[in-house]
Design a protein around this ligand. Structure first.
Ligand code: NAG
Ligand code: NAG
Ligand code: NAG
Ligand code: NAG
Ligand code: NAG
Ligand code: CA
Ligand code: CA
Length: 261
């Protein structure tokens, strides 16, 4: 029998237009031989600016266990970020997290509907679940302040099944800026294989011209002295820059979630 650990993120309490999650951490162990779902912990404080919205009316479905509720939620609403489950009434309520414009219209979730669980788009242990961009994209990142070369950094990320962060948009660039505190960081883009052909570590895709204009200043990448094949977030410009791969500084690992780029 598989043991599934479910992190219980306590109840929600709604306050005015923006809902703040009040977190009362506790760990619940769920036994379910068929569960294929991965429940994992996330930094609860990072989801606090979100407004949960029901995907259906309260008590959408009555199911025997929290795992069933999770399975039902994910199979019916792949975009769902979590759910409420009331273990007394067995009522299951799938949720979507909203922020920004959509948040104003969201229905506040009342704590009496059940306990809040995160499911689906959640991060591995030691990664932060962060939101960015006007559409409220989510991703899992891990900021490393220790100094390493690009390849060392890549290996460290790989050891936790992650890649150096993909920064394909201005919105993601802003996330990297915030996470790093504006400091030099390796990101997952390089032209090691073929000079001049920058490739994203996370999916092997070539960088597009549209991406380049969003993330590099106009004079970069410049392959200075023919020796710049790895890409960093650069403190000096607060944008990306190609740099010698042998330089040592911090880096950011990412386990990307659907829709994050
Ligand atoms: C969550 O993340 C924030 C920002 O990185 C940090 O200050 C806080 O200590 C973290 N909380 C927990 C419970 O890990
Ligand atoms: C919120 O509701 C208003 C009024 O019903 C509507 O005009 C607006 O488009 C909605 N916004 C979103 C993001 O759903
Ligand atoms: C769950 O349902 C029961 C019975 O309807 C109700 O009394 C209780 O307040 C609900 N909420 C929680 C969090 O259990
Ligand atoms: C980590 O490296 C191994 C061996 O090179 C590779 O098979 C695997 O796909 C990598 N995984 C990630 C997430 O980088
Ligand atoms: C990336 O660009 C190179 C050089 O232009 C090209 O040979 C390669 O097919 C491209 N790869 C993909 C996945 O598009
Ligand atoms: Ca180069
Ligand atoms: Ca450069």
């Amino acid at each position: 029998m598989l043991l599934r650990k479910v992190q219980d993120f306590g109840r929600l309490s709604s306050v005015l237009a923006l809902v703040v999650c009040v977190i009362q951490p506790a760990t619940v162990t769920v036994q379910d031989p068929t569960a294929e779902l991965k429940f994992s912990s996330a930094n609860a404080s990072s989801i606090s600016p979100y407004v949960p919205q029901r995907l259906l009316s309260p008590g959408w479905d009555q199911v025997p266990s929290v795992v069933t509720c999770a399975q039902r939620t994910v199979s019916t609403f792949p975009e769902s970020r979590g759910f409420l489950y009331n273990s007394t009434s067995h009522l299951c309520t799938p949720l979507l997290w909203l922020q920004g414009q959509g948040a104003a219209n969201a229905t506040a979730v009342k704590s009496h509907e059940g306990k809040l669980y995160l499911v689906n788009d959640v991060c591995p242990l030691d990664f932060q679940l962060l939101e960015y961009g006007i559409r409220g994209q989510l991703t899992c990142v891990q900021d490393h302040t220790s100094s390493h070369t690009y390849l060392e950094a890549t290996a460290i990320c790989n050891a936790s099944q992650s890649y150096l962060v993909a920064v394909k948009t201005a919105e993601k660039l802003a996330l990297v800026r915030a996470v790093s505190g504006g400091k030099d960081r390796w990101v997952g883009l390089d032209d090691i294989v073929e000079e001049g052909n920058l490739v994203w570590q996370i999916d092997g895709a070539n960088m597009t011209e549209e991406e380049r204009t969003a993330i590099f200043p106009s004079h970069e990448p410049n392959d200075m002295r023919g020796n710049e094949d790895c890409v960093q977030f650069r403190q000096h410009t607060q944008m990306l820059n190609d740099k010698s791969c042998a330089v040592r500084h911090g880096f950011i690992c990412e386990v990307s979630l659907p829709g994050s780029a």
